[in-house]
Design a protein around this ligand. Sequence first.
Ligand code: AMP
Length: 286
Amino acid sequence: MDVIETIEATRNAVAAARATGRRIGLVPTMGALHAGHEALIDRCRAENDLVVVSIFVNPTQFGPDEDLNKYPRPLGADLDDCRKHGVDLVFHPAVEEMYARGAVTRIHVAHLADQLCGRHRPSHFDGVCTVVAKLLNIIQPDRAYFGEKDFQQLAVIRRMVDDLDMPVQIVGCPTVREEDGLAISSRNAYLTPQQRRDATVIHKAMRQVAERVAQGERNMRALAAAARIRIEEGGADAIDYVTIVDPLTLEETLELVPQARICVAAHFGGARLIDNVPLDAGGRPD
Ligand code: AMP
């Protein structure tokens, strides 16, 4: 496995693989790898010849009061994990390598990036889109893999790739959960044991909504309100949103549109957790 820190050397390594006709897959991450990332890497391994994982804690997607400095960076363990999962190349640039002095360009996916998390983290998706566009330009993969856990991120990236005619297939992968339903996240490491237990209420509340939809309940606003109360009472310190959205616009929907999702962002202690499940007409609780 190659571990490369410069853009130029990464381009050269990938170009050599491409020249021999190998299909290239990319899994962008911020490191602190866990079973969620591993699922993306395994899928990428199964579907491509050259597997590239990027590990980069991207400063432009963090707000001024967010956790950029304390975000976990266990590089040694991450590289071991990548080796175990058959990764060919890890791209691990320094901030100065990714953002040359004077870089000012930002990509804004209007409307989609302004909903849900965008209301609470105003420049977050501009940072995400800019770094993902850069990674796609540097590596030029055939396919890039993203988790449904970050449902808005996936929607925003799909839109960007479509709008800018980027020649890559975006592959969305299902959310990997702990046994008790909590979505696995690098930020779960911030939770105390009590907060960790409390945080399971997010998935429980969302599942309850999916079950009530499956039973025929159609008052979306009442369902979201009930889930919000359950999460509040379950120990959340603050809730940014509990909203049932149209998956195409990410706007609140008052009807059960196909693939409607309930999306949650809630704070437990120092951890801001996000999660979502589909509310299919047939009721397919995640
Ligand atoms: P991150 O390192 O948090 O930026 O995540 C890198 C990629 O892994 C993103 O596409 C995430 O959506 C995805 N991911 C993170 N957690 C999970 C999870 N529990 N299940 C599936 N994908 C995940």
